[in-house]
Write a protein that binds this ligand. Structure first.
Ligand code: TUI
Length: 321
């Protein structure tokens, strides 16, 4: 029932993509999501190509299903990571934090499906003209680097503006979110935060626990003054960063202060002075469970909602007639 154009395009069973979260989305997580019928995505983030290569090889050893790599366009290693992805024949590339236009031709020549994350209608339209296969419209409820518009209003405007499949993201963590995104015209969803708490996710247990503990108002947007706003769980780091911003510390120093902070929370478990990137949906994530259980639950919840809406409509129309 939920197999649609997007599933056909990506050769997957369910229209669920796993966000390519830097340091969090390793080969193990990506393979588990792909094996469960979604599209697992390795997050290249700021990592050097040697680390990304290990993750690609790991994913290939654990699944025969398609998976993707997210290329973070602000990375100093962006060119090397792209060369690696071209060489390894990764079937799908998603991009984040920028405009992938200048790399399009290389990807297309290799038959790689390109799906950028966008946070505005203008960029979506520009990239569709350049030949992207689909777009991920991500609202500012999402974790990590974000734009300014909420999913509720971004998704329908992007759907209206482009003629490729739109994947909704930002604030989606369960079957209700999937149905809502479909109602807004999306053909699928990308979920990041919920998959942080997948059993197969290799993130430090402190990081996972911080997501489990988070309630509705526990995230904030840090770094607006640097031009690279990121949604993170509030902690000592975000309070300190705010203080530096108020003191008028120069942008360059603020940026340098942020370097390596995500790695220290995800890999080393420093949840006081590390950057705990997560979306507002952290308040809806309450359990560590296998990626397969997450996907199965999201799909069965969505199917239940859709059939109950359909049945109630039938009752209403029967009563009317
Ligand atoms: O990329 C993400 N999320 C990320 S990347 C990241 S690592 C990082 N490190 C230092 C500074 C900032 C980030 C952590 N989380 N999500 C995809 C995403 N892309 N969300 C929003 C965008 C986006 C925003 C503006 C894409 C394009 C864009 O416009 C660029 C342009 O040129 O118009």
């Amino acid at each position: 029932m939920l197999k649609n154009n997007l599933c056909q395009l990506l050769n997957i069973k369910y229209p669920i993509l796993q966000g390519g979260m830097a340091w969090v989305a390793t080969g193990e997580l990506a393979a588990a999501v792909s094996n469960a019928g979604g599209l697992g995505i390795i997050g290249a983030g700021h990592a050097p190509p040697q680390i990304v290569e290990k993750d690609i090889k790991k994913a290939k050893s654990l699944t025969s299903k398609p998976f993707g790599v997210n290329i973070m366009l602000l990375s100093t290693y962006v060119e090397e990571v792209i060369d690696l992805v071209l060489l390894e024949g990764v079937p799908v590339v998603t991009t984040g934090a920028g405009n992938p236009g200048k790399y399009m031709e290389d990807f297309k020549k290799k038959g790689i499906k390109v799906i950028p994350v966008i946070a505005s209608v203008a960029l979506a339209k520009r990239l569709v003209r350049q030949g992207v296969d689909a777009v991920i419209a991500e609202g500012m409820e999402g974790g990590g680097h974000i734009g300014e518009i909420t999913s509720m209003v971004l998704i329908p405007q992007v759907v209206e503006a482009v003629d490729v499949p739109v994947i909704g993201a930002g604030g989606i963590a369960d079957g209700r979110g999937l149905v809502a995104a479909l109602a807004l015209g999306a053909e699928g969803v990308q979920m990041g935060t919920r998959f942080i708490c997948a059993q197969e996710c290799q993130a430090h247990s402190n990081y996972k626990q911080a997501v489990l503990n988070a309630k509705d108002r526990d995230t904030t947007v840090s770094g607006r003054s640097t031009g690279h706003p990121v949604r993170v769980i509030k902690n000592k780091l975000t309070r300190h960063f705010e203080k530096l911003e108020k003191e008028g510390v120069p942008k360059k120093e603020l940026e340098e202060f942020g370097v390596g902070k995500l790695q220290s929370s995800v890999v080393e478990g420093d949840i006081n002075m590390g950057s705990i990137m997560a979306g507002q949906s952290a308040g809806m994530v309450n359990k560590i469970e296998p990626a397969k259980d997450i996907i199965d639950q999201v799909i069965s919840e969505a199917q239940k909602i859709m059939s109950s809406v359909f049945n109630e409509n039938m009752i209403v129309s029967k009563e009317k007639s």
